[in-house]
Write a new protein. Sequence first.
Length: 405
Amino acid sequence: MRSQCEVRAYMRSQCEVRAYMRSQCEVRAYMRSQCEVRAYMRSQCEVRAYMRSQCEVRAYMRSQCEVRAYMRSQCEVRAYMRSQCEVRAYMRSQCEVRAYMRSQCEVRAYMRSQCEVRAYMRSQCEVRAYMRSQCEVRAYMRSQCEVRAYMRSQCEVRAYMRSQCEVRAYMRSQCEVRAYMRSQCEVRAYMRSQCEVRAYMRSQCEVRAYMRSQCEVRAYMRSQCEVRAYMRSQCEVRAYMRSQCEVRAYMRSQCEVRAYMRSQCEVRAYMRSQCEVRAYMRSQCEVRAYMRSQCEVRAYMRSQCEVRAYMRSQCEVRAYMRSQCEVRAYMRSQCEVRAYMRSQCEVRAYMRSQCEVRAYMRSQCEVRAYMRSQCEVRAYMRSQCEVRAYMRSQCEVRAYMRFPV
């Protein structure tokens, strides 16, 4: 009956082992599906990284086109500046002519032109004051745009920090779940160790029963030795009795038959005990095989724990890599913002140079207006010279009329 109970317990443990192996197969299938999901997510991340790099390449190409357009405009500006240098050289020569003409002009014409110049300068001062106020308004508007862009970047940083807090809370909950799972594994390991202790106690009881049966076997062997010694003495007696009488020979044969029957019964009992010993030994072999399978199961469980620890470390590595990818994306966005700010600074510098060019053009217009006024002054001076020449000729005519030759 004991062996039957042990067989049933062994079969139950085998069923539990098979159920555990089935659950392990399901866990492996789930882990494979998770690996496929992670591989798909990795491919998606690579596709997104490729799309980001393509966007950066397009943005770089756009910036290159803008730079080329800016360089073309700069070449045109340089050509214009060269022509302006030639104009300035011409103006310098004209200034020398004007300086000579100024020394020839009268004080009244000079004062009139000075009054006109002062009125023109006053109007120019008002225009410059208006332009300065406009520049201040534009600078204020630019600073407001930069403040808004900074506030937008701050909002994005706060949103990123919120997402990081949610990720950390999720990781904490995952750590608690893992700690609970670890405690469950420890409880299961404790229960398994208790089962092993009970199985060991059962095997100890069987060992004690086997030792008792061995003591009985030894006692039986001692009795067999005594019986053999007795049989030896009986053989001697029988040999003597054979020589004495036939009746004693018959009696001896009857005694030998009875002794043989007794020895056959004892042999059968011994064989039965030997069968029990062999059955016990078989059960011990099965127990050892079961213990080996349990050791293999424990080794498998250890390897599974190591796999889980590796998977946990891999999950942490992936979480770290994701956070690094987000940091890199944030740094890229910051680099794009800085590049945009640099391009804005270049645009502002270009606008400033354009303002200077416009101011130079305005000064050139003023110079041309001044030149026009100078041409009018010269025309007036020419007409005055003609009037004086006419007056001189009239004076000569009068002198000739007064004092004819």
